[in-house]
Design a protein around this ligand. Structure first.
Ligand code: SF4
Ligand code: SF4
Length: 294
């Protein structure tokens, strides 16, 4: 199994008064956002869309009173009149964002991680910092629930600054954090704020493979977690067998249904179907057993 570089990232950013549950899926297409949005409504949790490269949960919740603000990051500005072209800044930059040429220091701004190391090794007042916009945070209301999402600007390679700003300002109470699919650093960043996790999977071989990676990730963070099997078809029991072997709680098994797919495809909530509403109520009950739900 692939070794995940979580140890270097682990740092507890959880806060009193907030129960943050991350919703993960090892792979895309499991129905994670559908499950997250419907579960928020049934369980009375705030919805936080952390899938900043493709934040589409608002399509279903359609929140009102939306406010937005920009997310900005620092980038170095070299005063060419004061620069001696010693090259120390380019040498110290771990991200190859600075290159020394014969005439100047050139910045590749999208590689810059805003760490400020270049200014530390330089003389005072040669390097200052400007700000550039990399995305936005939007916040609105669905009834009493708060809905927030981060949106990364097209062409920006680093989602972490948007994720960090989104999660540093979460509302009080219970928040479901709809993470990006996979187990990349975007998800690792989000898990630093989480008190628990829901892993959404589907019963295919690929679903099982990616679920194992997601399980490894949440176990590295020592988070309580449960699994939801979505799009289940009779006879596809590999996920149940794995969860039994690993002593993992299955929160719910949701069967594949053409009717649900049609409701979902038209941008509606699947809890409009009574049998699905019942299932989501059961998941909310299951969550209270796994997490210290309040
Ligand atoms: S460290 Fe400062 S003086 Fe040296 S090349 Fe970089 S900007 Fe110029
Ligand atoms: S701020 Fe950090 S990442 Fe950006 S150019 Fe300077 S040393 Fe490199």
């Amino acid at each position: 199994m692939q070794v995940l570089p979580t140890q270097v990232w682990v740092g507890d950013l959880r806060e009193e008064g907030k129960l943050n549950i991350a919703v993960l899926s090892g792979k895309g297409g499991t129905g994670k956002t559908t499950l997250s949005t419907n579960l928020c409504v049934v369980a009375g949790a705030n919805y936080i869309d952390c899938d900043v490269e493709e934040p589409n949960g608002f399509i279903f919740l359609n929140p009102s009173q939306i406010k937005s603000r920009e997310v900005k990051v620092d980038y170095p500005v070299v005063d060419s009149g004061k620069c001696t072209l010693c090259g120390a800044c380019a040498q110290v930059c771990q991200f190859n964002a600075l290159v020394k040429t014969k005439r100047e220091i050139v910045l590749f701004e999208k590689l810059c991680h805003s760490c400020h190391a270049c200014s530390i090794v330089c003389q005072p007042e040669v390097i200052t910092f400007g700000k550039r916009v990399v995305g936005i945070i939007e916040e609105g209301k669905y009834g009493n629930l708060t809905c927030k999402r981060g949106i990364l600007n097209v062409g920006e390679p680093m989602a972490v600054p948007v994720i960090k700003e989104l999660l540093e300002d979460l509302p009080e109470g219970t928040n479901l954090i709809d993470c990006a699919p996979g187990t990349s650093c975007n998800i690792v960043s989000a898990l630093r704020y989480a008190n628990g996790a829901i892993l959404v999977t589907e019963p295919s071989s690929l679903g099982l493979h990616d679920l194992k990676m997601a399980v490894q990730l949440v176990r590295n963070f020592n988070l309580p977690f449960g699994v939801i099997i979505n799009k289940y078809e009779v006879g596809e029991d590999r996920i149940q067998k794995y969860c039994q072997q690993e002593n993992i709680k299955i929160l719910e098994v949701i069967p594949y249904s053409r009717e649900a797919a049609e409701v979902y495809s038209s941008g509606k909530m699947i809890t409009e179907l009574p049998e699905y509403k019942e299932k989501f109520e059961k998941i909310a009950e299951g969550l209270r057993e796994v997490f210290p739900w309040n």
